[in-house]
Design a protein around this ligand. Structure first.
Ligand code: NDP
Ligand code: 2IT
Length: 449
């Protein structure tokens, strides 16, 4: 991987010093700054007015107490976050993550990535991210609702359809967005549909938003494979995770003639050589909210569950990591390469470690970074905002067509940017530069803000 340009070294040093211990944020910023060397060499004016320093510093960071009462009457305290990273292109936009691992460094890395991702969509959305260290696992519907209400009781004053528009992420899906929207509406006395996305279809949601991240990632990879005259047809694919992104990634791959042979959750992975049964996976994960081992138990003979080793040891031609950050290590990348992987598409945010990315690049594996490949979710969120603003609702086909067009455009932008900067086929560089340039141009036009 390229080294940091010496003109950008002080910027990185400052980020590392100012944000001590925030390892995921360091990782995300380092990767982007490594890509920007070629931009500042060609266009030194981007070094003026501390533009890059400003892009690395969130506009606002909100951290708050979230008290809630469990079903036994016991009071719990969680920490709530919202990092409003950059609003040069539009209102802050990005998901909320509820997971015990959440801390400010993780939310900052996600908000930073989101800023460039949202720029790549070409739609008018800035970047932000939020969440809580609340663990939804094993909690009743009532507990989830009370937590969401308490979380929104603080957060609502920082939101608005022109200010900041959250959506889902890990641990936050349609159910949670419903409770959050209900509380926002109650506190503000406004039916402001465009303040949250990922809403249910009965109260202002967009068709195809549920499917959008996974479907979009597959559209991106399809286009990337086409650059080498390849398709999904009859390919073995491994998709990690079994949440929103993973399920709809697997669904679109299957529609495109590929065979998804494995998926996972944090307890282990299942291999099903017949191809993952999507109806069963949805039943286990979406309806019953059970562990992935249940899939193997219900499927019977054809499927096996493993709680040791790595899902990336399962041989495949295409890998789509769709669970969480740094889930695919250098060791995993080596195993995938040895087993003949031809393409990797990141459905999750930053799922591959820097070492893994380096191995894929060196091996000539087609590699689609998350901020480009998983942009279909937030792009469709922006389409939901459009529908809300015009008090309209589009058909599934219309919305999916827009999504497919956007993903192909993002692919082509990344590819042509990589060409322009002398690194053909390097989607990491293409995505980082194309996203950066759009944000930077807007910031420049807006003055020192
Ligand atoms: P979900 O909560 O629906 O699913 C997350 C999946 O990943 C679950 O299978 C979960 O397993 C697994 N997982 C989560 N954390 C870990 C962990 N620490 N170790 C191992 N497995 C883990 O979330 P999404 O599908 O929405 O999100 C998945 C990824 O996609 C995230 O990186 C998210 O940021 C990204 N993303 C999501 C978008 C969206 O629209 N939802 C848009 C773009 C990116 P378990 O249930 O056992 O925890
Ligand atoms: O990481 C992401 O892009 C998301 N979780 C979706 C954000 C959104 O606002 O739809």
């Amino acid at each position: 991987m390229s080294k940091i340009d010496e003109k950008l070294e002080p910027v990185l040093d400052q980020v590392l010093r100012r944000n001590a211990g925030e390892l995921e944020f360091h990782q995300a910023v380092t990767e982007v700054l490594e890509s920007l060397g070629r931009v500042v060499a060609k266009y030194p004016s981007y070094l003026e007015n501390a533009l890059i320093e400003r892009i690395c510093e969130p506009e606002r960071q909100i951290i708050f107490r979230v008290p809630w009462v469990d079903d036994q009457g016991q009071v719990h305290i969680n920490r709530g976050f919202r990092v409003q990273f950059n609003s040069a292109l539009g209102p802050y936009k990005g998901g909320l993550r509820f997971h015990p691992s959440v801390n400010v460094g993780i939310i900052k890395f996600l908000g930073f990535e989101q800023t460039f991702k949202n720029a790549l969509t070409g739609l008018p959305i800035g970047g932000g991210k939020g969440g809580s260290d609340f663990d939804p696992r094993g909690r009743s519907d009532g507990e989830i609702m009370r937590f969401c209400q308490s979380y929104m009781t603080e957060l609502h004053r920082h939101l608005g359809e022109y200010t900041d528009v959250p959506a889902g992420d890990i641990g936050v899906g349609g159910r949670e967005i419903g409770y959050l929207f209900g509380q926002y509406k109650r506190l503000t006395n406004r039916y402001e549909a465009g303040v949250l996305t990922g809403k249910g279809l009965v109260y202002g949601g967009s068709r195809a938003r549920t499917e959008a991240t996974g479907y979009g990632a597959v559209y991106f990879v399809e286009r990337m494979l086409a650059t080498r005259q390849l398709t999904f047809e009859n390919r073995r694919v491994v998709v990690s995770g079994s949440g929103n992104v993973a399920i709809y990634t697997a669904e679109k791959i299957t529609e495109f003639g590929g065979k998804v042979v494995a998926c996972s959750d944090s307890s282990g992975y299942v291999v099903d050589e017949a191809g993952i049964d999507l109806a069963l996976l949805k039943e286990v994960k979406e309806s019953r909210r059970e562990r992935i081992s249940e899939y193997a138990r219900l499927k019977g003979d054809g499927a096996r569950f493993s709680d040791t080793g790595s899902i990336w040891d399962v041989p495949c031609e295409i890998a789509m990591p769709s669970a969480t950050q740094n889930e695919l290590t250098g060791r995993d990348a080596k195993a995938l390469i040895e087993n003949g992987v031809i393409a990797v598409g990141e459905g999750a945010n930053m799922p591959s470690t820097p070492e893994a990315v380096r191995f894929f690049r060196e091996a000539g594996v087609l590699f689609a970074p998350g901020k480009a490949a998983n942009a279909g979710g937030v792009a469709t969120s922006a389409l939901e905002m459009q529908q809300n603003a015009s008090r309209d609702s589009w058909t599934f086909e219309q919305t999916e067509q827009r999504l497919a067009d956007i993903m192909r455009r993002i692919h082509d932008t990344c590819a042509s940017t990589a060409d322009e900067f002398g690194t053909p086929g390097d989607y990491v560089l293409g995505a980082n530069i194309a996203g950066f340039v759009r944000v930077a141009e807007a910031m420049r036009a807006l003055g020192v803000i």
